[in-house]
Design a protein around this ligand. Structure first.
Ligand code: NAD
Ligand code: DAU
Length: 373
């Protein structure tokens, strides 16, 4: 990148402004981290189909238990000129430095993380390493080099709401789990690199996602698979905790919009406008599966619901105010929960091969350890 261009970007970043192109042309080589995970793989599918992205994606993933190359089956063949996959750990500075040098990275879209709250409670070490140290590494390598560092974060950094109110971009951070604390730390680092080094950054804090390719340790895919298999459906505590659900493709669309047109140095909340109690999510999945795949014995899936011991420090309620994203970039979610969950259930029924292969040794042993089966 020319020095004058870098200077101009720095000036814009300092002013909180950006002379933004209306398309993604300034991002020729995008480094996507964690692209074999749930949201990262959906984002790669999405981005490669966008007419206003003609560049190349370099997907770097360590392939932890949550990273599954099958989520991107066929992509390397269909987009052979525009897609590369490299297995690497974002904590490995040398390996990452080589990737930045070899590909002349213009923009980073940083999904890679340890993402499951329950695992962070049981085994927090890898969360601290990947989410904090890994992000720090990427920031160091991006400094004075990239046109954009987009950081994917979560609404969990804001803590827990009572009955009323919404998380806005001004809500103070109050993380309650090792996972959310590690994400909060990484958000602070990203912000600091913008303020201190004028790195052009954007941050998005999103609510709970669901959709294809989600690892079945999370509530929605776990409940879908257990319902289909006639297994018990574990609901933590009394099931009254509330989450705001967003279909994953809506999240991907928001991220791409922010990368193109979001103000540098700013945070955007992304939400589904869809607050639901966990017990209602589980009941709805049961009813739709009963309708799509009736059981021979006419038993109702709802009868499989089992209330189990609560998660320690379980946040009561998340609700997102995404009016800034709506006002500035015109984004609203397309999918309702009813339409999104129907698509998601159908996807799991239609992709039994993927489901069977995902239920690897690590998945089964986590389920056994966590639910004492
Ligand atoms: P995921 O667990 O499905 O995928 C994470 C991916 O990161 C995996 O492919 C894994 O192999 C990779 N990874 C982990 N450690 C790595 C390392 N050290 N180096 C390189 N790759 C590594 O997670 P997800 O649900 O797709 O979440 C993606 C991002 O979105 C995370 O940053 C998460 O905090 C954030 N987020 C998730 C949700 C949600 O509901 N799932 C909501 C808001 C924000
Ligand atoms: O809010 C965004 C966050 O959403 C992301 O940052 C995280 O990466 C993602 O994992 C998700 O976190 P949650 O803890 O909200 O998601 P999870 O699917 O684990 O749980 C959703 C709710 O369901 C939560 O209140 C706990 C509850 N639950 C979960 C599981 C796995 C159950 O009742 N039973 C279960 O078996």
């Amino acid at each position: 990148m020319a020095t004058s261009q870098r200077r101009r970007m720095r000036r814009n970043a300092e002013n909180g402004l950006f002379t933004k192109p209306s398309n993604g042309d300034f991002m020729k080589n995008i480094l996507v981290t964690g692209g074999c995970g749930f949201i990262g793989s959906n984002f790669i599918h999405y981005l490669l189909e966008q007419p206003d992205f003609t560049g190349r994606i370099i997907n770097v993933d360590k392939l932890t238990y949550a990273g599954n190359p099958e989520n991107l089956a066929g992509i390397a063949e269909r987009f052979s000129e525009r897609y590369d996959f490299i297995k690497a750990d974002i904590c490995d500075r040398e390996a990452m430095s080589e990737i930045f040098n070899n590909y002349k990275i213009d923009a980073v879209c940083h999904f890679a993380a340890e993402s499951h709250v329950d695992r962070s409670i049981a085994e927090p070490d890898s969360f601290i390493k990947t989410n904090i140290f890994g992000t720090f590494n990427l920031l160091e390598l991006s400094r004075n080099r990239v046109a954009l560092f987009h950081h994917i974060s979560t609404d969990e950094v804001y803590g827990s709401l009572g009955k009323d109110g919404f998380f806005t971009e001004q809500t103070p951070y109050r993380p309650n789990s090792p996972y959310s604390a590690s994400k909060a730390s990484s958000d602070h680092l990203v912000r600091a690199y913008n303020k201190t080094y004028s790195l052009p950054v954007t941050i998005s804090n999103c609510s709970n996602n669901y959709g294809p390719y989600q690892f079945p340790e999370k509530l929605i895919p776990l409940i879908i698979l257990n319902s289909l298999e006639g297994k018990s459906l574990p609901v933590y505590g009394d099931g009254r905790n509330i989450r705001d659900w967003l279909y994953v493709e809506d999240h991907c669309r928001a991220v791409w919009l922010i990368m193109k047109n979001g103000k540098r140095g700013e945070t955007y909340n992304i939400g589904g406008n869809c607050e639901m109690r966990n017990i209602d999510v589980v009941r709805m999945i049961c009813d739709i599966i009963d309708e799509m795949v009736p059981r021979d014995d006419s038993m109702l899936r709802r009868d499989l619901i089992t209330f189990v011991k609560d998660r320690p420090g379980h946040d009561l309620r998340y609700a997102i105010d995404f009016s800034k994203l709506q006002r500035e970039l015109g984004w609203v979610p397309d999918e309702s929960f009813e339409s999104g969950i129907r698509k998601t259930i159908k996807w799991h029924i239609d992709n039994k091969g993927w489901v069977d292969r995902v239920k690897s040794g690590e998945y089964m042993s986590w389920i056994e350890r966590h639910y004492n089966l």
